[in-house]
Design a protein around this ligand. Structure first.
Ligand code: G6P
Length: 483
């Protein structure tokens, strides 16, 4: 789909480039790879609130990138506090991890205001601004107040919080009002759109259902909320999967691991990814099954993450301790049942592990989507291998042919790992992987990005006959508002 989007403005926490020892390089991740060509074409501006200014304010870049100058204590209260100490655990159902502090909420509001100011400065008259994720959810409304001429899109990349969880957020109604400043709000799967509708009910905000999407009237305009499942760079992963050097490296990995069955997990070290629970399930498998003790190796790639947040530092220690315990119990001079790599892997290294793995174990406790599941499927040149996927990941709503498991069911998780590790491959396994490959290739991240932008422009032009229906104003909404 062609979009006009001249001088598109993107607003996100992370910048598309990072400075490394060898200069400025593209930041990792499918979202960046999908948006870079669009940004090059539109010669737009990328505003990054959490970025390193040195990596951005340089003429070496193919388009303008602006890192905001924010005092470090504000940046930290916004990032480690309100975003990753409150909104992230809240949205992933980890209520006990949430901390709500007024000074962190103030910092969140301040960063969103600064981002809205910058977007208002760089957007052309009548231009398009696309704001990303939970770290910047107030930007759409703040920007609309400054620049009513703009078309504003917003994408929330994590699960939309259940309404019971949202009730405990002291600034829940500001959050929703902030998001509703956009013309089009994207969430990954219909399940999250339904959760968003529950939040509207709770707050007594009127809407109409339009098929699977929701339309919220906002004066002369309206906001549309829809499911837009993201994907990965399918061609990029597939071509790495066909690369002979990558295949040779995969063969070396399999041989180095002893030639048995290889299970692979790749995650940021985040409590929502269920890494400790997965390791414990694997430990139970080793306790129960002699063949697994001899033949199965779990490779856990754990990318260090958010280590300024205490819950993340503690998690890393728990992961390392659990791996140490398993090693102590089941390892030997020639046998190491778990390999933990606590570092970032580039896509070529990852592709070799994807090829080497007989199964990908993707068992987060909760996940907005989970692109590792997609990457594993996209990299494989043939429909072999198995994908074990949590029912609680957004990806499970899309990749329905995966082996699905409830990550909270301890014995269920152990036996699912046992099955994908040791059961002989059947025709049904091959058919499942072929179906997954077909599904994943329909969902490329490029199609997602250009489709969302085209839809955004369409939404601002459409005139929906909106008949606002009164929704119930729940007692909880009154509680939320009466702060
Ligand atoms: C998730 C979020 C992104 C975030 C990424 C990495 O995928 O949806 O917005 O950028 O995690 O987290 P970090 O805190 O390192 O930016």
């Amino acid at each position: 789909m062609k979009t006009r989007s001249p001088r598109l403005v993107i607003v996100s926490a992370r910048a598309p480039f990072v400075r490394t020892g060898s200069g400025i390089v593209r930041a990792p991740g499918g979202l960046i790879s999908a948006l870079l060509p669009l940004m090059r074409r539109s010669r737009g501006t990328w505003i990054a609130t959490g970025a390193d200014r040195e990596a951005c304010d340089t003429s070496e870049l193919p388009f303008r990138v602006r890192a905001l100058a924010l005092p470090s204590e504000i940046r930290s209260a916004w990032y480690a506090g309100a975003s990753n100490g409150a909104l992230w655990p809240l949205s992933h159902g980890f209520g006990e991890v949430c901390r709500f502090r007024a000074e962190q909420a103030r910092a969140y509001f301040e960063v969103c205001r600064a981002a809205a100011d910058a977007a208002a400065e760089y957007a052309l008259p009548g231009g398009v601004v696309w704001v990303h994720d939970y770290q910047l959810a107030l930007v759409p409304a703040l920007l609309r107040a400054r620049r009513p001429d703009l078309t504003i899109g917003f994408f929330w990349h994590i699960p939309w919080p259940a309404s019971d969880s949202l009730r405990v957020l002291p600034w829940a109604s500001e959050l929703i009002e902030g998001v509703l400043g956009a013309d089009l709000v994207g969430l990954h799967v219909p399940r999250y759109v339904r959760a968003f509708r529950d939040a509207l009910d709770e707050l007594g905000i009127a809407y109409v259902n339009d098929g699977e999407s929701i339309v919220v009237p906002r004066g002369a305009r309206h906001t549309r909320i829809e499911a837009w499942p993201i994907g990965v760079d399918v061609d990029g992963w597939a071509s790495l999967g066909r690369d002979e050097t990558v295949a040779a490296e995969a063969a070396r990995i399999t041989a180095d691991l002893g030639g048995g069955r290889v299970l692979l997990s790749v995650d940021r070290m985040d409590y929502a990814k269920g890494i400790v629970e997965r390791l414990e399930a694997f430990e139970r498998l080793l306790e129960q099954n002699a063949e697994a003790r001899e033949r199965v190796t779990l490779v856990q790639i754990g990318v260090p993450s958010r280590e300024t947040v205490p819950a993340y530092r503690e998690l890393r220690q728990r992961i390392e301790a659990t791996v140490g315990r398993i090693q102590g119990r089941f390892g030997g001079p020639r046998r190491k049942p778990v390999h933990l790599f606590a570092r970032t892997f580039d896509s070529t290294e990852l592709a070799a592990y994807y090829l080497a793995a007989d199964a990908a174990i993707v068992t987060p406790k909760r996940d907005g989507m989970n692109l590792v599941a997609f990457e594993y499927v996209a990299t494989r040149p043939r429909p072999n291998g198995r994908l074990l996927l949590s029912t609680t990941a957004g990806a499970a709503d899309v990749l329905t042919e995966a082996h699905l498991v409830n990550p909270y069911d301890e014995e269920g998780l152990t036996s699912a790992i046992e099955d994908v590790a040791l059961a002989p491959e059947t025709a049904s396994d091959i058919a499942r992987m072929a179906a997954l490959q077909a599904r994943v290739s329909q969902l490329s991240v490029e199609t997602w990005a250009s489709g969302f932008l085209a839809r955004l422009e369409q939404v601002t032009e459409e005139r929906v006959p909106v008949r606002a229906q009164e929704t119930r104003l729940a007692a909880s909404a009154r509680v939320t508002r009466a702060r």
